[in-house]
Design a binder for this molecule. Structure first.
Ligand SMILES: [Zn+2]
Ligand SMILES: [Zn+2]
Ligand SMILES: [Zn+2]
Length: 365
């Protein structure tokens, strides 16, 4: 239901939205008169209510509660060192929990500093977010310094990431030059962050590379089983016709490579002990299969049972054995992950088809 737009509600809303500079003796809330004056560095005096200031900021509450020399004298709280407009916006926020985009644009860094000094967490959070959205190459170093001073971790991290990713450009800014001269500790902190960031990225890259290797091995295991059980395009068990007409199988590239390798293995004169690297790789794949295979008795992969037997009869050296076991574990987990992903993809497709069945083909949220 829409609210009636009568003159009263509109002006009421405007009162709440307008900055506090408009709160004067004349239009201040009627229940009680302003009883403090906020003094700005430009000499502006903003009338305000001690109760409201005190309830929004424990620091202001403490200042207000301090005993005064003359009981009768008017309480004046100086907020100096920032532009008048920033103080207005700050006091306005204490009353209404709001500020305008324009105020954020002009006084964001001052408001962050004030929120820290006067302990107003809600304002600090809003400023962190607002300043984070307005970061540029030019201002990032200044904002970073402020975020560190004001203990604003989210903003600090956002600045660090920007400096780290655009360092070549940041290095040329005035802010960076100033920092180098005046705050070597922060410079060190930034360089350290970049260093860690880089090694973090390297670690992720290495992890991804390893993962894809294990995935390839797990796919090779699937293909090996499939070739030795059903047969693929050119290699298969002796009692199964090579399925030339069947066309490429679902893992064509891996299957193809593996079939070539098997053919080579069957005919190579050098073999493993003769130092043939291709045969050695085939040998390792067969061993890997045997380590993973759960049904050696009915398995049709060559040497599966022999490898199992050998592993129980003459265990490998401790170090080799551990490394091999780790490899097997990683390949098995890669296999699980890829089959889970496949399962998920299948279910997604099924649900998409069901959606289409019900006419939701172009349904987007
Ligand atoms: Zn195949
Ligand atoms: Zn060979
Ligand atoms: Zn097997």
């Amino acid at each position: 239901m829409e609210e009636p737009h009568n003159a009263n509600t509109i002006s009421g809303n405007l009162d709440v939205l307008s900055p506090i500079t408009t709160v004067t003796k004349e239009n201040a809330p009627a229940f009680y008169e302003p009883d403090v004056q906020i003094l700005t560095s430009g000499g502006l005096r903003i009338p305000a209510h001690a109760g409201i200031l005190g309830s929004a900021s424990p620091v202001l509450e403490h200042i207000i509660d301090r005993p005064r020399k003359h009981r009768s004298s008017e309480r004046v709280i100086p907020i100096l060192g920032v532009p008048c407009g920033a103080v207005s916006a700050f006091v306005g926020f204490l009353y209404t929990s709001r500020f305008t985009e324009d105020q954020m644009e002009k006084f964001g860094i001052h408001l962050l500093a004030l929120s820290h000094v006067y302990s107003v967490p809600q304002l600090k959070q809003r400023c962190s977010k607002g300043l984070g959205e307005r970061l540029t190459i030019e201002n990032v170093v200044d904002v970073l310094q402020l975020a560190r001073l004001c203990d604003a971790p989210d903003l600090y991290l956002k600045c660090m990431k920007l400096v780290s990713s655009r360092f070549k450009a940041v290095e040329n800014t005035e802010g960076w030059k100033f920092l180098q001269e005046h705050d070597p500790w922060l410079e060190l902190e930034i360089l350290q962050f970049m260093d860690e960031d880089e090694s973090r990225r390297k670690r992720t890259r290495r992890h991804r590379l390893e993962q894809s290797l294990y995935l390839q091995l797990s796919e090779a295991m699937d293909c090996l089983e499939h070739i030795c059980t059903e047969g693929c395009t050119s290699v298969g068990p002796h009692d199964v016709e090579p399925q030339k007409i069947k066309g490429p199988c679902s893992k064509f590239t891996t299957c193809q490579g593996l079939q070539l390798l098997i053919r080579h293995f069957a005919t190579c004169k050098k073999r493993v002990n003769g130092g043939c690297s291709r045969c050695k790789r085939m040998w390792q794949l067969l061993r890997l299969h045997s380590s993973i295979c759960e049904k050696p008795d009915s398995c049709r992969v060559p040497l599966c049972r022999q490898f199992k037997l050998k592993a129980t009869q003459q265990p490998e050296k401790k170090g080799d054995d551990d490394r091999w076991r780790l490899l097997v574990k990683k390949v098995v987990s890669a296999k699980t992950i890829s089959s889970l992903a496949q399962h998920k993809r299948k279910r997604m497709e099924e649900s998409r088809r069901t959606m289409a069945d019900f006419g939701f083909r172009n349904f987007t949220l």
